[in-house]
Design a protein around this ligand. Structure first.
Ligand code: ATP
Length: 267
């Protein structure tokens, strides 16, 4: 579905993504993890056409550079880490923007477009917000609206940059289960980034660990979420506990030193 080879991004003369080889098969869920500044968002943004890249990037059989904006939007949808929040636009109108690549130029949305939007709003528990303006929503409500717009696009590849960072754990599970259900129902392919490592491992088929712009590990969650790799690349002290759907990563504090002895009693 998506194949990157020798993929690199240079910003302000600095190499941010360096010689990345990454393939995501149709129907697969791959999550990129890695410490702050590893290059995860930059990689996604370059795939979306926001940054120039070196190397090869092919979607299906077509190099990304040969797709125009509209074709790209029909084939991949994205939720950015910090999307722009348009003022004066209702949730319904904003999510309808996701249908733009399916609406003929100078045409209007059809009943079918509205039905897709209504369905997505319902599935994301957003019906009651349809008439509200975006800036009036809470951070988590807004994040679900951004995802709703991407899902309304009905593109076969979904790129998600920390899609649940503002959600409470209930909504986080609901949203990730919905994406997983769409993957099974509609063959959706997912390339995401995530900081919650346990959750990342529970939903992804494969985890790709980036550090310093490069891929340093790529494989099933059990192979990537190890105490050694997380210590080396995050400088984190963690304990790995086997879970039902992948390893669970529990941060642990270093042993605290014993308290100092009490001062000698004065006579
Ligand atoms: N336009 C830019 N010019 C120069 N450097 C940039 C630019 N955009 C990003 N960077 C740098 O590139 C590096 C990678 O940033 P990126 O946002 O891709 O990291 P990330 O892995 O997504 O991090 P985080 O987990 O913190 O979101 C960072 O050091 C960042 O400061």
């Amino acid at each position: 579905m998506l194949r990157l080879r020798g993929f690199g991004v240079v910003l302000d003369k600095a190499t941010i993504v360096d010689d990345v080889d990454l393939g995501v098969a149709a129907g697969e869920w791959v999550t990129i993890i890695g410490p702050n500044g590893a290059g995860k968002s930059t990689l996604l943004r370059a795939v979306l056409g926001e940054y120039a890249y070196a190397g090869e990037a092919v979607l299906g059989e077509t190099p990304l550079t040969e797709l125009n904006r509209r074709e790209r939007a029909r084939r991949m949808a994205a939720v950015a880490q910090y999307p722009v929040v348009p003022a004066g636009m209702t949730v319904l109108d904003y999510v309808l923007l996701g249908r733009t690549p399916h609406i003929p130029t100078l045409g209007r949305e059809s009943g079918a477009d509205l039905a897709v939007v209504r369905d997505v709003l319902t599935r994301l528990d957003l019906d009651r917000f349809a008439g509200r303006e975006l800036p009036t929503l809470s951070g988590g409500e807004r994040q679900r609206v951004f995802l709703a717009r991407a899902l309304a696009q009905q593109a076969p590849l979904l790129l998600l940059d920390e899609p649940t960072s503002a959600l409470d754990i209930g909504h986080q599970q609901e949203v990730l289960e919905l994406i997983d259900a769409l993957r099974r129902e509609a063959g959706l392919t997912v390339l995401a980034t995530m900081h919650d490592l346990s959750v990342a491992g529970e939903y992804a088929d494969r985890l790709v660990l980036m550090d310093g712009g490069r891929i340093v590990a790529d494989g099933r969650p059990e192979l990537v979420l190890t105490e050694d790799l997380l210590a080396k690349h995050y400088r984190a002290r963690v304990r790995i506990i086997p879970g039902d759907h992948g390893p669970l990563v529990v941060p642990t504090r270093a042993a605290t030193p014993p308290p100092p002895p009490p001062p000698p009693a004065r006579s």
